[in-house]
Design a protein around this ligand. Sequence first.
Ligand SMILES: [Zn+2]
Length: 291
Amino acid sequence: MKPETAFWVGACLVAALTSAQGQTSNASEPPPPSIEVPDLRTVNPVVVCGNCDQPFDTSTHKEVLQGLVSNKYIGELRKALYWQDTYHQSKSKAHFDNCAFNEAVGYMESLLAEVDSHVQSAKVANEQGDAASADAALVKAFFALGQTLHGVQDFYAHTNYVELSVSQVKKSTDIEVIAPWKPEGKQRIAELVSKPPGKALVSGVVFWGFPQICPNGTLSHKDMAKDKATTTSGMLKVAHLQNRNQYQIAVQLAREASQELIDYAFRKWPLMKKANGENVAFEVLVDRRGL
Ligand SMILES: [Zn+2]
């Protein structure tokens, strides 16, 4: 082989290998999104009053939000919302992906058990007069609660629950809010999953996520996700529900379920409410992963 021929063969081989590597990286997990948590004032968060007799007074929204910007418990809760996309992006159970319903519900249970164990540690530390350890434990409790909150919201954005529900109601507020961490919620999910093909609850297929339990032919995550108003499914308008799109309906349900989770947590662990105060601010439907 002449030197110049050898050069061209070598160059072609390099080109072919580079191209193959390019294809491989497209077919595998995308790089994880940034963990940077934006300033609370820039994200248009919802504010809820946790386990209160009256709902949050929206007329004081601005002042309350200002007060929550430097609240470390809210900081931890929100950090956890983003953490799930960055450090657990391929875990189906963290996002209700790939029809991993049992796994997602079980994961939520284990996260709430973590919250409980941190709160118990905080109580013990308080009894021993160790305020610093008690506070550190409560900060961890808020992180685990934020991880749970991420999954609760993803249920509405990543499954076909909205699609299955809209045809059954006359108003979007008539759609049943499912709390997947409660026995009734788990039972409802199990019922919906076991319906005949085409009518059953499924979630989108993330081809680089694990485990994958969806029946053949289930839509991809890209086609099912309602995290944004610009996705294929999110932008679909529902004529008989005031022409609202499926993203807006997913946000409404995710927000109501989020309020229920905060109420549940503050009722079960009053120490969390005492440390944080009654108001909690957070994003609804954070999704930074690639579709
Ligand atoms: Zn998610």
